[in-house]
Ligand binder design. Structure first.
Ligand code: KIV
Length: 266
């Protein structure tokens, strides 16, 4: 078994030009498979809302739900770094609440770090959480918790003023003490500029190839999210067909009375 990865390894990987591979997970069996495959970081994303619970977006996800899923993922990871998302309304109201909720993901969930969305507007929050020795990943660009402000899931930073603001946001997140930052849904050239400007690693999703690492939602790469497939997703498997096929075979055999067989009976 490989030695468990830490936040320091992520910085080292940027320094050595080694790309950081990140996927989301929300449960024990899939987290375990990712860990055994050698993933560097597992993100317990608040994408659990749309992906697993069937919500329209990430906004309804609660702290208790995040703690539950984080615990399951942590039990499946022996070598990967586990980062858990702070869901909407768990860090925006005041710093004390943000610190308590970040602490819950570490103490009750067992995560090694937390992630939160925003740039200059959350710098004080990042600083407050880092000050209690909880490592933080920032997240700027297309931030799903801001869906109502953005008017949908739209690429951010296409106009020059927006792009300059995102660079300022990235610098603010780094200055506040985050050890890495997710760049979501921004032009590849802007992501390259931000990546060159920062000393902490950038983890891209829909942000081109020049980031220090990449993150995707596991169910997207497995082909399990049929209703929504953004341009930046690459499908590496057709798990929907596999699962539907297995279920159909089972149903057929139960109806035909050919399952269970002698070998499955006592
Ligand atoms: O919630 C999530 O899964 C995320 C990633 C897509 C970056 O924030």
């Amino acid at each position: 078994m490989n030695k468990a990865k830490t936040v320091l390894d992520m910085g080292r990987m940027k320094g050595q030009g080694e790309k950081i591979a990140v996927l989301t997970a929300y449960d024990y069996p899939l987290a375990r498979l990712l860990d055994l495959a050698g993933i560097d970081m597992v993100l317990v994303g608040d994408s659990v809302g749309p992906v697993v619970a069937g919500y329209d977006n990430t906004l309804p996800v609660t702290m208790d739900e995040m703690v539950y899923h984080t615990r399951a993922v942590v039990r499946g990871c022996a070598q990967a770094l586990v980062v858990a998302d702070l869901p909407f309304l768990s860090y925006q109201v005041d710093l004390a609440e943000a610190r308590r909720n970040a602490g819950r993901l570490i103490k009750e969930g067992g995560a090694q770090a937390v992630k939160l969305e925003g740039g200059e507007n959350v710098a004080a929050t990042i600083r407050a959480i880092v000050a209690m020795d909880v490592p933080v990943v920032g997240h700027i660009g297309l931030t799903p918790q801001s869906i109502h402000r953005m008017g949908g899931y739209k690429v951010q930073g296409k106009q020059e003023t927006q792009a300059r603001q995102l660079l300022a946001d990235a610098r603010a997140v780094e200055a506040a003490g985050a050890f890495a930052i997710v760049l979501e849904g921004i032009p590849a050239a802007l992501a390259a500029e931000i990546t060159a400007a920062l000393t902490i690693p950038t983890i891209g999703i829909g942000a081109g190839v020049h980031c220090d690492g990449q993150v995707l939602v596991l169910h997207d790469i497995l082909g399990l999210c049929e209703k929504y497939s953004p341009k930046f997703v690459k499908r590496y498997a057709d798990a929907a067909a596999l699962i539907s096929g297995a279920a159909a075979d089972y149903i057929r055999e139960v109806k035909a009375g050919t399952f269970p067989g002698e070998e499955h009976s006592f």
